[in-house]
Design a protein around this ligand. Structure first.
Ligand code: ING
Length: 313
């Protein structure tokens, strides 16, 4: 029995360092309205969708860093987006930098939320796989300092009954790690939504530029198929203050096929009428976890973090 939900991936073009949150929220609202007009009931926005990709720089003070964070969600600048979504009866996924004050402790996360069609918060996820470095890479044309600016997510990989199925979230680099999707699939996820900011060059090792898009799509298509789930991924793309981010916003079916994909590196909505039941046959046959998985042979995956060479000879 099909269970259809029309989902939009709302790609954002570049956000310049000088752009105000208000100007960005106006763009997000325009994308939301375009998606709603096309019949979507869930809109997926990118990672850190309110600001430029600020971890590309080293800052001199913590105040400069904290200016990129939100202490309340919605706050004054983002309230119009929540109001528009509620008015239109459309849910959304939004990535942002979250600052949490608990007593005299401050914690900072690369966070994403899922908001229902009634405008109410369904759930929150905090990015677990933080890429890059805590210290700047000497001589690099730009930095990737997520390990410096964010704490590791402390909410695990939760899933929720939402949008007609079981829905989970992850963020950007999480999509490169199969554990991310397998954990949510083991909890019954049929749909995972995510945003990303992926630089168009590798500061850690020279590699052909086409691999950025190839690895992005490979990660999504493989994980969608191997877990029999829909994956919807929205980019922040284009050149931010001269630094390039890849596009490739897309909707991937549980078969691993690309159902819809963005053509530009600007603000662009791509949508697809996803049948959340499509993955059922995959999870009942080739990836029937209960019938085929042999966890007695997998223990090393959670008992060991890095590589320890241990050959038989
Ligand atoms: N960005 C990149 C991503 O995972 C990256 C970082 C790019 C890591 C390419 C490895 C290879 O898409 C974020 N924000 O995680």
């Amino acid at each position: 029995m099909p269970r259809r939900v029309k989902i939009a991936a709302a790609q954002l073009g570049p956000i310049q360092r000088a752009d105000s949150r208000e100007s960005v929220v106006a763009r997000l609202q325009a994308l939301l309205e375009e998606a709603a007009a096309g019949g979507s009931t869930l809109v997926v926005f990118p990672e850190l969708a309110l600001t430029t990709f600020f971890p590309r720089w080293l800052y001199q003070s913590q105040d400069e860093v904290d200016a990129w964070f939100e202490e309340e969600m919605p706050g004054a600048a983002t309230r119009p987006l929540f109001d528009a979504a509620k008015r239109l009866g459309v849910g959304f996924h939004l990535g942002y930098a979250e600052l949490v004050r608990e007593g005299n402790q401050v914690r900072r996360f690369n966070t994403a939320i899922l908001v229902g069609r009634d405008g109410k918060l369904v759930g929150k996820y905090r990015k677990i796989h933080l890429p890059g470095t805590a210290e700047p890479v000497p001589g690099a044309p730009y930095q990737h300092l997520e390990k410096r600016y964010f704490d590791v997510g402390d909410l695990g990989f939760p899933v929720w009954k939402a949008f007609g199925g079981v829905t989970g979230m992850c963020i950007c680099n999480d999509r490169r790690w199969p554990e991310t999707f397998r954990v949510m699939a083991l909890k019954g996820a049929e749909l995972v939504v995510l945003g990303y900011n992926t630089p168009d060059s590798n500061i850690h090792h020279p590699e052909p530029v086409h691999l950025r898009m190839f690895h992005h799509m490979l990660s999504l298509q493989a994980n969608a198929y191997q877990n029999g789930m829909w994956i919807v991924a929205a980019a922040k793309a284009g050149r931010e203050d001269g630094f390039g981010l890849i596009g490739g916003t897309c909707i991937v079916a549980p078969t691993g096929e690309i159902a819809a994909q963005a053509l530009t590196e600007g603000d662009e909505v791509v949508a697809y009428d996803c049948d959340l039941a499509l993955g059922e046959y995959i999870r009942r046959t080739v990836f029937d976890f209960a019938r085929h998985r042999r966890i007695e042979h997998y223990g090393i995956i959670t008992s060991q973090t890095g590589v320890k060479v241990q050959t038989q000879n």
